[in-house]
Design a protein around this ligand. Structure first.
Ligand SMILES: [Fe+2]
Length: 222
């Protein structure tokens, strides 16, 4: 009996350690230097955004998941439920920012260049919106309409293939049947250092470094 108890205790502890290791996330490696997105997004702004704000969500989700693993191992359902909001907020913040960096590219590496006319994404956008200019105009209106903090995603509806402009508050994610192709950050921290209160200028500028090639790849995979 003592042997069985000892085995059980070791099993729980090992599970906790394994979960802690598995759930650690870190800042993503980027394929460009922040100076390469200038002048549209300054290196100072992106450095702050990446090393401070995104890092906060990395730390937050790791801490929340570790606390959840401890609560789960202890059988503390109440604590597990309490932690859901933190997991959702920091996990969403972590995921959305990873998508944000993937949504950008230096102009020297295709940033701002529309996908080729024979691509599925190009055909879908021009069929549904008439032009990319029109899609961008509508996306900018959605970005301007975010009251407080939030995101706008250009997404593919995997049920019907439609291209949708998806507005989300705080760090709600774009998921389920909505596959995000581009993620656009409308939090004040995404633009204030460079654009101050004129956020419309940031939303206009960001399309100059939009990574449509990555968006097109995601469209094909969805
Ligand atoms: Fe952000």
């Amino acid at each position: 009996m003592f042997s069985a108890l000892r085995t059980s205790a070791v099993r729980v502890n090992t599970s906790f350690i394994r979960n802690s290791i598995r759930t650690k996330v870190s800042l993503p490696e980027l394929k460009y230097k922040f100076t390469e997105l200038e002048p549209f997004i300054s290196a100072d702004l992106n450095t702050l955004h990446y090393t401070k704000h995104h890092q906060t969500y990395v730390n937050g989700i790791n801490q929340a998941l570790e606390q959840h693993a401890q609560a789960e191992a202890a059988g503390d359902l109440k604590k597990c439920v309490e932690l859901q909001q933190n997991i959702k907020f920091h996990g969403g913040g972590y995921q959305n920012h990873c998508l944000y960096w993937e949504s950008l590219a230096p102009q020297s590496n295709g940033g701002g260049k529309l996908p080729s006319e024979d691509s599925g994404l190009y055909k879908a956008v021009t069929t549904q919106y008439g032009s990319f200019e029109n899609l961008i105009k509508k996306a900018n209106a959605a970005l301007a309409g975010v009251q407080g903090s939030g995101w706008v995603f250009i997404a593919k509806n995997t049920d019907n293939g439609a291209i949708e402009i998806v507005q989300r508050y705080n760090h709600e994610t774009c998921s389920g049947n909505l596959k995000p192709l581009l993620a656009l950050d409308a939090w004040e921290h995404a633009y204030y250092l460079q654009y101050k209160n004129v956020k419309a200028e940031f939303f206009s500028a960001i399309w100059n470094v939009a990574n449509w090639a990555e968006a097109s790849r995601k469209y094909d995979q969805a």
